[in-house]
Design a protein around this ligand. Structure first.
Ligand SMILES: Nc1nc2c(c(=O)[nH]1)N[C@H]1C(S)=C(S)[C@@H](COP(=O)(O)O)O[C@H]1N2
Ligand SMILES: [Mo]
Length: 514
């Protein structure tokens, strides 16, 4: 056997051993009864530890696909690292084993530092590491025997068979069993079934029907209500938390007279309110699509806070998700009689989709999601801004996140080629949650500002559609949009990036009429 062949086989052995580590860890989690999967834990740790700049880069590079990109990157690192460790184990034992040990230790730390983890969550990773290291050592030893056996002799074929048996059998077994258990551990099917079976109660306070004039008849415009399947999704969760509604509770703790705990069944018995509300991400750049409008069903958070009775001096509610994400929301916003800040259970007539926070999330009009819209929420700690911080604040985003006045062109699309002759509708949406939009203007090239026609306003808390009918002329054209809020404030031209408290500036697109 040539040295090259031996190295390739050693690299292969390393990769197989890594698969064995991960597969055995999944099997281990079956025995210990918890779902501590090392690879997702490492991925989540990377997300949490990433410096703010790196995270912005990820978001701009991969958009909402950054999770798939992160997992792919991790997979590449694991394959390259384990292949290297296999070669190292062949050439300088036991350094390959040492590499596996160090990597497993990192995974162990990641698992143990996840939100809500207990000591036993580390057991699967330890089992995985031990089994993987045994496979690595034994397989590399057998490779050594095969390599030093005389070529073409009986000893060589026995040694080859022994090497292939351990690598192929262990690798295939780990792959099959690991994947199977992973699917079972994720609990996805059980939760999906429970969600499907759930019948939400009718609202005690229904939102008035949406007037037909709220929806303009323009193709390509964002529909007034965003269907759940098209609603943007942003969160730090590498795997969507699967929360069992039967055991879910929400605790109100901290600076309160009475600590309160409520179950899902109790929550559903409360008089629920329906509220249409536009949710926006602070990371939404000018013209971006991290925004949606939905009909939410839930119990006003102020009612729950009233049961707990916040103490004097408290000014923040730190809401915590089951996966450890936190948001700091001003207490007075949540207590406001006029603001329907909800503990939402329904979205557009269905239970919350799992990726949008099933069974319960917060939605608060007028605030960006990162300081208000905690999904899979399990605790509300009444506290103070001087004592506590939400997840994104130490990562370079402001503690306060009121939504800014913005507008966007939905149609035509940037770079579109249009034909002249017929009037072309230029249309989109504008929003200024909590205040409302009273005017939208569209500018063609460097021309004057033209008043757009506004769709009916449903409430200050939701976006408003607009359209401007344009008589096209041939050539390249640029459209720019700006909105004015109900207080008369005109959207500022000066561009500001999303960090640290939301993007500002005029959205514009270019088209060619030919
Ligand atoms: N548990 C949890 N809730 C979360 C987040 C998160 O990372 N984890 N992100 C917040 C942010 S930044 C936004 S913009 C909204 C997005 O809600 P959506 O995914 O339902 O659109 O959820 C908020 N709630
Ligand atoms: Mo966000």
């Amino acid at each position: 056997m040539t040295t090259r062949t031996a190295r390739w086989l050693a690299a292969f052995t390393g990769v197989v051993s890594a698969i064995v580590v991960l597969g055995a860890a999944e099997l281990g989690s079956l025995v210990t009864g918890n779902a501590g999967s090392p690879i997702f834990a490492v991925g989540s740790l990377v997300i949490d530890l990433a410096p703010p700049g790196a995270k912005d880069l990820m978001i701009s590079l991969f958009g909402t696909g950054d999770k798939a990109a992160l997992l792919t990157l991790l997979a590449v690192i694991i394959v390259a690292g384990s292949a290297g460790a296999g070669i190292l184990e062949l050439r300088r034992p036991p350094f390959g084993v040492v590499v596996f040990g160090v990597a497993s230790l990192i995974a162990l730390i990641a698992v143990l530092t996840r939100a809500g983890s207990t000591g036993s969550d580390g057991v699967p990773t330890i089992i995985g590491a031990v089994v993987g290291v045994v496979v690595l050592r034994v397989a590399i030893q057998r490779l050594g025997v095969w390599r030093s056996a005389p070529v073409d002799g009986a000893a060589s074929s026995t040694a080859r068979r022994r090497f292939l048996t351990i690598t192929v059998v262990a690798g295939a077994a780990a792959l099959v069993a690991g994947t199977g258990v992973r699917i079972k551990n994720s609990g996805a099917t059980v939760i999906t079934e429970a969600r499907k079976a759930l019948k939400l109660p009718a609202p005690a306070v229904a939102s008035p029907p949406v007037p037909s004039g709220a929806q303009l008849d323009v193709s390509g415009i964002s529909p007034y209500i965003t269907p759940n399947k098209d609603f943007y999704r942003i969160d730090t969760a590498l795997v969507v938390p699967n929360v069992d509604a039967d055991t879910w509770t929400l605790k109100v703790t901290g600076m309160v007279e009475n600590e309160v705990e409520i179950t899902f069944a109790e929550l559903l018995k409360k008089p629920l309110t329906e509220h249409i509300l536009t949710l926006t991400c602070v990371s939404n750049d000018v013209g971006g699509d991290l925004i949606g409008n939905a009909r939410w069903l839930g119990w006003p958070i102020r009612e729950l806070l009233a049961l707990a009775v916040p103490k004097a001096g408290a000014d923040m509610v730190l809401s915590t998700s089951i996966d450890g994400f936190t948001a700091g929301t001003p207490l007075d916003v949540l207590q406001d009689e006029q603001t329907d800040a909800l503990l939402a259970v329904g979205m557009n007539g269905t239970p919350l989709p799992v990726e949008h926070g099933y069974p319960v999330r917060m939605v608060v009009p007028g605030l960006y999601g990162y300081v208000s819209a905690t999904k899979w929420v399990v605790e509300l700690e009444v506290t103070q801004f001087s004592k506590a911080q939400g997840y994104w604040t130490p990562r370079g985003w402001d503690a306060m996140g009121p939504v800014k006045l913005e507008s966007r062109i939905d149609t035509p699309k940037d770079g579109a080629r249009l034909s002249s002759g017929t009037t072309i509708p230029i249309a989109g949406v504008a929003w200024c949650q909590h205040i409302g939009v009273k005017q939208v203007e569209l500018r063609v090239d460097d021309g004057p500002w033209n008043l757009a026609t506004l769709a009916d306003s449903v409430s200050a808390d939701t976006w408003r559609q607009w359209v401007y009918q344009w008589e096209p002329t041939t050539g390249d054209h640029t459209f720019t949009v700006r909105a004015t809020d109900a207080n008369g404030q005109v959207q500022t031209q000066k561009y500001a990036p999303p960090a640290p408290n939301g993007a500002e500036g005029w959205a514009s697109i270019g088209v060619t009429v030919g």
